[in-house]
Design a binder for this molecule. Structure first.
Ligand code: BGC
Length: 707
């Protein structure tokens, strides 16, 4: 696995080095291009788009968005290159979000590992396979912070937290590069904050929230050397992101010094007409290009800019700069020297045993054990009849989750298949998909019921916002029916978002959040249920008690009337309990941990100084296990209302029974600063540091920042 990556990385480096230095190569090309040829480089099409047809033979376009196989891509490449005057090769882009052929867990699940190496591994392997499939560039990672679980695309990102999201963003970029493809941070910006969780909806937020919460993962991707950004569909504070010069030119290129190229989202250029921001296609194209969007995805609008260039409304230098960025990306991806994919390669690299093993390991670490009353899990292997209930249990297709690239259900392990493979000779498995009476009968005859319930894959992802994030009603009824049998029940939840499961949280002793785990998902679930592997995932999204609590997240701003059960006029709902069902950071394992000795190294620090915070963590149970030690910072008095707490660091520990370890975290400006109209500032005053197992628990120590 590693060797494949290294060989490919070397091939790529060699390919790039063997080329002309990109500057002179690109300069020469630019100097010989007509305006039509330049604008063509700024356009991306899908293969079956009618507008592409007349352009294909002449190679008059820059990029194709395609999932087709390597051979089909080679045909397109051959046609375009043979027909084009300057022989500029096509850059092939595709959504390689959580794997290409070997599918990894959805990114929200991977984030639950709290282990950036899992993200990096999935991206590296996705990159290797995608490159073999003829892809040069992925539209990933999606680094949108999502705090509203009604939004279906919460599945594609790392969840609600900017610190964790930033670590994951950088890890994906490193992984895609190691796999040999260009990466794209999307959707810039604040797409995850669409009002009401309605996909494509508008976003209105303070600059402080934008800077502190929504932008950091993008900045982290930029710092990690991401090659491109994708402009978002949404309007942000009245300006469509695709037309926002402030976002794309002032912040991204000006402040962050991003040197790559920017692509629009799918027709987001001409959607500025529906936004009521552009009068027609040409106007939309002008707004987007002038804002800094170098490539138009699918709108086919940039060709219309020739007249604007002639009139001077669009300076030729702006076109040239955009073309230069696109050509530089092609050089960087090695497409000039290796325009054609090696058609013998897919058979060698797709779904190798190593790739599958990696997918299984990532899936194991993505699973979150939410509840385990009476230590029902892990299941004993003694003779038992297991009733497996729910149609999702047998659905390898749903296991793939949204955006599964070239992943196929035939290659994918369902929960039922995983359980069958793992069960001992003495285990009998009885499976009932969805008949309530049969499920009840099977439950009665069993020793343990495993109910696999939740969302189907098409209930999350793009254009899959939901007004209710409770269990779908047929699933809830099935669950209540089997619980009525009185046997121990394990609920395996499949979903692309945190679900509100208040009834289950009270009536079902063991709950395993399995998200959509990809190709090896069923094996990973069985590994956890039978205890071959101890669960170690933690939520990166807060789980609400009811949809009506959404948005709910650990870093909510303080209120003047904090929620209080006994006082009516406080900030809460009259029809549900205060707080989440499961907090951010929550996740159990098969042992327990004790925290003690939380302290800060000094009582005070200078504004530009640093301290360390530490705690002792002991495995107080009888099995080895992993703990994710989390550090939250609070700023009780500030010049602006602050979040109740913010995650600022974490550390994963593997501890043997009885073993204890001291964990130390450095704390400095980046953990303490806040955004003000004048920029980032560390304000003097008292800060509190809480170290604990999730956002709702822990021990606190304090220190002062002094002038
Ligand atoms: C999505 C993007 C995706 C693009 C290309 C759009 O609808 O918003 O995330 O990269 O399609 O498939």
């Amino acid at each position: 696995m590693l060797r494949n990556a290294i060989v490919l990385a070397l091939t790529l480096t060699v390919a790039t080095n063997a080329q002309q230095p990109s500057a002179s190569r690109v300069d020469k090309l630019l100097a010989s291009m007509t305006l039509e040829e330049k604008l063509a480089q700024l356009s991306q099409y899908v293969p079956d788009q009618p507008e592409l047809k007349p352009l294909l033979q002449k190679g008059l376009f820059g990029s194709i968005l395609s999932g087709a196989d390597a051979a089909a891509k080679n045909v397109l490449q051959r046609t375009a290159m043979d027909g084009s005057r300057l022989k500029i090769p096509i850059l092939f882009g595709h959504d390689v979000i959580h794997g290409y052929k070997t599918i990894f867990p959805i990114p929200l699940a991977i984030a639950s590992s709290w282990d950036p190496e899992m993200a990096e591994t999935s991206a590296r392997i996705g990159g290797i396979e995608a490159r073999a499939g003829g892809i040069h560039w992925t539209f990933a990672p999606m680094v949108d912070i999502a705090r509203d679980a009604r939004w279906g695309r919460i599945a594609e990102g790392a969840g609600e937290d900017p610190y964790l999201g930033s670590l994951m963003a950088a890890a994906y970029v490193r992984g895609f590069h190691a796999g040999g493809i260009l990466a794209c941070a999307k959707h810039f910006a604040a797409y995850g904050a669409a009002e009401g969780g309605r996909d494509y909806g508008s976003t209105d937020m303070s600059e402080r929230t934008l800077r502190e919460v929504y932008l950091p993962p993008f900045k982290a991707a930029s710092d990690a050397g991401v090659d491109s950004f994708m402009s978002a569909f949404n309007a942000l504070n009245g300006v469509p992101a695709t037309g926002s010069r402030w976002l794309i030119t002032d912040i991204l290129r000006g402040e962050w010094k991003f040197k790559g190229f920017v692509v629009s989202d799918w027709t987001s250029v001409t959607e500025m007409i529906a936004h009521g921001y552009a009068s027609d296609r040409r106007h939309a194209a002008r707004l987007a290009l002038m804002a800094g969007v170098d490539m138009d995805m699918v709108s086919n609008s940039y060709g219309e800019l020739a007249a604007d260039v002639a009139s001077g409304a669009v300076p030729l230098s702006v076109v040239d700069t955009a073309v230069r960025r696109v050509l530089e990306a092609k050089v960087k991806a090695g497409v000039f020297d290796q325009p054609f994919a090696d058609e013998s390669r897919p058979a060698k690299v797709m779904l190798t045993p190593d790739h599958r093993a990696a997918a299984r390991r990532v899936a194991q670490r993505s699973i979150v054990l939410l509840r385990n009353e009476g230590n029902l899990l892990p299941l004993s292997r003694k003779a038992r009849t297991l009733a497996v209930i729910g149609k999702l249990a047998d659905s390898s297709e749903d296991m793939l989750g949204p955006w599964a690239a070239e992943g196929e259900k035939e290659d994918t392990i369902s929960v039922l298949a995983g359980l069958r493979a793992a069960a001992g000779a003495d285990n009998r498995i009885v499976y009932v998909p969805d008949d309530r009476a049969a499920a009840l009968a099977a439950a009665r005859d069993s020793d343990v019921v495993i109910a696999v319930l939740g969302e189907s894959r098409n209930m999350s992802g793009e254009a899959a916002s939901r007004t209710s994030i409770e269990l779908p009603s047929d699933q809830q009824q099935l669950l209540e029916a089997v619980v009525a049998a009185g046997k121990p029940v394990v609920l395996v939840l499949m979903s692309g978002r945190p679900l509100a499961i208040p009834w289950a949280a009270e009536h079902v002793p063991a709950i395993v959040n399995a998200w959509f785990l990809g190709t090896e998902g069923g094996h990973a679930v069985a590994d956890i249920l039978f205890g071959a592997v101890s669960p170690s995932g933690r939520l990166t999204v807060t789980m609400p008690r009811a949809t009506g609590q959404v948005p709910i997240y650990h870093a909510m701003l303080r209120t003047g009337r904090p929620a209080n059960e006994t006082e009516k006029y406080t900030s809460k709902y009259i029809d549900t309990k205060i707080g989440p069902l499961y907090p951010f950071g929550h996740g159990l394992t098969y042992t327990t941990f004790e925290y003690s000795d939380v302290r800060v190294s000094a009582a005070s620090m200078a504004r530009n100084g640093s301290v360390t915070a530490s705690a002792t963590i002991r495995n107080s149970g009888t099995r080895a296990g992993d703990e994710v030690v989390q550090l939250y910072v609070s700023d009780p008095v500030a010049s602006t209302v602050r979040p109740i707490r913010e995650l600022k660091a974490f550390r994963r520990l593997s501890l043997a029974p009885g073993e204890a370890r001291i964990v130390t975290f450095p704390i400095g400006a980046s953990e303490l600063q806040l955004w003000t109209p004048g920029g980032w500032v560390v304000e003097p005053g008292r800060f509190e540091v809480t170290i604990g197992p999730d956002a709702s628990r822990g021990m606190t120590a304090a220190f002062n920042v002094v002038e």
